[in-house]
Design a protein. Structure first.
Length: 148
């Protein structure tokens, strides 16, 4: 699906505040609420809008230990990462990457004890060859990107 400027403006408004009504968006864009609703429904149908969510301050909720965990995966065993590691509620994202490691996990934990338990558990999996963990000391920027 090709998106036009109006679609992009709608998406950027929803990125900033996912609970905006069609009427609020239509007023800001100068188009009808019906137009906004139809475009949003099309964007949802095409899978461009996958879900609506709230942006949380995880530090205030006690998840103040962000970690980046690089993993070397035994050849051909990537699907096991998805099955055994991805369901963990502390994990924000898992990416397959290039370089010395095969996957990278971005996670947030409430305590050193919880991250220790997670790391010890994943190191017992036979499909994990090596793990390297980095703790984030300061977050400079963490946000959604806007569509241009």
């Amino acid at each position: 699906m090709k998106t036009d400027d109006t679609d992009k403006k709608i998406l950027n408004m929803l990125i900033r505040r996912s609970n905006m009504s069609c009427r609020q968006i239509s007023r800001k864009l100068g188009v009808s609420a019906v137009t906004v609703l139809k475009r949003i429904k099309t964007l949802e149908k095409e899978g461009i809008i996958r879900r609506y969510t709230a942006e949380l301050d995880y530090d205030k909720l006690g998840y103040d230990i962000p970690a980046i965990i690089k993993m070397r995966i035994v050849k051909g065993r990537y699907s096991e990462v998805e099955k055994k590691i991805a369901p963990n509620p502390n994990i924000f994202a898992i990416y397959d990457i290039t370089g010395d490691f095969d996957s990278i996990v971005i996670a947030k934990f409430k305590s050193r004890k919880s991250i220790d338990a997670f790391l010890k558990k994943i190191q017992t999996y036979d499909f994990i060859e090596r793990v390297e963990t980095h703790f984030v000391l300061n977050t400079i920027k963490e946000s959604h990107i806007e569509i241009d």
